[in-house]
Design a protein around this ligand. Structure first.
Ligand code: 6CS
Length: 342
């Protein structure tokens, strides 16, 4: 979607401002705009709400929240954030892969741990995130504030899945990044990249027959209504990222920079804590709403052919991203090793 000029007109009025009074710079109360890819009550929305509360409790600034759909698809809000119309944006690496190819590293299957403690520790300490990716996002005019996990992804399909053979001829919706296409090719499916807004309708009309997402998102968006089986292969956890327009961030006073980074850190801790038990609760709700939904947690043996696809996808990632991608992948592996449970 092209940038909507009426949105631009409405939004451009409230950029950060500083008044010079007798030569002294006085910070004014500003309105900052923050868009994300989910509803207010879903994980990205809960994070954004906490961030807003922190900013507003510790300054005179106001944060306006724009949930999914209010300003377009994920690609639209990214465009608006890069243009400085939005000050903050949450865009998941699943969509950022076209802008920053290295972000696709989050789609190498079986790279992230399934153990929540290890996973959270990785997001907390990862040099790949806090150093390598910070620079790559900066090159695109974005100040990376945080990355956090949103839950193990499960596949939902029309028929039960116990192995790659069950994905044969299944048009499987993936987020719009080329590496995820490679993953699902290697898993035996026919990958179909689509923006989020087309997923429910695509399943309903049988244009696609499968998709992957965290259980809580499958429950809140009612994807179980248009699929009949949910399968856990343990192949990934959904990662998302929050960033600020870099020019806006660089132009903030030191106090406001600290305000923003502190609010990000508080919201990060909050969202990890908030997600404890969320996936189990969501699966219970799905089972209650649709008792005949087939739930399959693949055994170690059933995971073998899916795991066998990982080296091929990893090789594709390096082919797509070269030395820069390899450096990120190596750093990620070192970070993961550092947090691995003994
Ligand atoms: O599958 C998607 O496209 C969406 N999934 C999640 C968990 N968040 C936003 C994203 O657009």
């Amino acid at each position: 979607m092209a940038m909507n000029t009426s949105i631009k007109g409405v939004l451009s009025g409230a950029m950060a401002a500083v008044t010079l009074m007798g030569g002294v710079a006085t910070a004014q109360a500003d309105t900052w705009r923050y868009a994300f890819e989910e509803a207010l009550t879903e994980v990205q929305g809960v994070y954004a709400t906490k961030f807003k509360e922190e900013i507003e409790a510790n300054s005179d600034h106001e944060v306006q929240l724009f949930p999914f759909g209010t300003l377009g698809e994920s690609a639209d809000i990214m465009e608006q954030a890069q243009a400085g119309i939005l000050q903050f944006v949450d865009q998941s690496p699943g969509f950022t892969g076209s802008l920053i190819p290295e972000a696709q590293v989050f789609f190498v299957p079986y790279l992230l741990p399934t153990d929540t403690k290890d996973l959270n520790a990785f997001f907390r300490i990862s040099k790949a995130i806090h150093e390598n990716f910070k620079g790559l996002y900066a090159n695109q005019g974005l100040e990376l504030l945080t990355m956090f996990p949103e839950g193990e992804v499960a596949m939902t399909t029309k028929k039960p899945v116990t192995g790659p053979k069950d994905l044969d001829e299944v048009k499987f919706r993936v987020m719009t990044n080329p590496l995820l296409v490679e993953t699902y090719k290697a898993f035996g499916a026919t990958p179909t990249p689509l923006p989020w807004g087309e997923v429910y309708g695509g399943l309903q009309t049988n244009i696609i027959q499968g998709q992957e997402n965290p259980t809580s998102f499958i429950e809140s968006t009612k994807l179980y209504e248009v699929t009949d089986a949910i399968t856990y292969a343990g192949h990934n956890n959904f990662t998302t990222a929050v960033m600020a327009n870099k020019e806006f961030f660089d132009g903030l006073s030191d106090a406001d920079k600290t305000l923003v980074t502190d609010a990000s850190k508080t919201a990060f801790d909050y969202i990890l804590d908030y997600q404890k038990g969320l996936e189990t609760e969501a699966l219970d709700k799905i089972k209650a709403a649709k008792p005949d939904m087939v739930v399959t947690v693949l055994t170690e043996e059933q995971r073998v052919p899916f795991k066998a696809a990982a080296p091929e996808v990893e090789a594709k990632f390096i082919e797509m991203t070269g030395d820069s991608g390899k450096a990120i992948l190596d750093q990620m592996k070192a970070d993961l090793k550092a947090v691995e449970s003994k």
